[in-house]
Ligand binder design. Structure first.
Ligand SMILES: C[S@@+](CC[C@H](N)C(=O)[O-])C[C@H]1O[C@@H](n2cnc3c(N)ncnc32)[C@H](O)[C@@H]1O
Length: 155
């Protein structure tokens, strides 16, 4: 699958700046600020979506409203592809905390030595299928060594 035009979003300015600095020879990429939970503010409808390394940073209780908002921006039958990390011992930061809802957290440090617990969930294949079933059909999950890839079509 290839895209004739790409509309890429993030909530924060820094990743958008990094993305904009890259070279896009086809000049078909547009970058914009957007809250993943308020995609209704984007006044456009799309026919495919790619979600990169965002799922793991959502609270388990937020995945449904994210998928609902994303599906509402897409035509029926659109393909959604979601890519994120698998938990691989020794490759990931260890999980240091599990909250009462089952969300898992990694402790990460910045160059200045400050430390933060960062939300990072590692869903099972069954949890992913269950999460997307209300919003899509044909869900398929590929488990790579370090990543999982979920694809499905909007209803
Ligand atoms: C692990 S990074 C992935 C960045 C990029 N998608 C990539 O694959 O390289 C997670 C991103 O989620 C963004 N983010 C956090 N909260 C968000 C929100 N409510 N809406 C949209 N993006 C958000 C962060 O700014 C960060 O860039």
């Amino acid at each position: 699958m290839t895209a004739s035009t790409i509309y890429a979003t993030d909530f924060n300015a820094a990743p958008l700046t990094i993305a904009r600095r890259r070279n896009y020879p086809r000049k078909n990429s547009h970058f914009a600020h957007a809250d993943a939970f308020a995609l209704g503010q984007i006044d456009r409808v799309f026919d495919a979506a790619f979600v990169g390394f965002w799922w793991s940073h959502m609270l388990l209780g937020d995945t449904a409203r994210f998928l609902r908002g994303l599906s509402n921006r897409l035509r029926s039958g659109s393909t959604i592809a979601i890519l994120d990390n698998r938990y691989v011992e020794g490759s990931n930061y260890p999980i240091v905390r599990v909250d009462s809802e089952g969300n898992t957290y990694q402790r990460r440090s910045l160059p200045d030595g400050s430390e933060y617990d960062v939300l990072k969930n590692f869903p099972t294949v069954g949890e992913l299928h269950a999460a997307v079933t209300p919003y899509g059909v044909n869900s398929d999950i590929t488990e790579l060594d370090y990543y999982w890839l979920l694809t499905f079509n909007t209803r």
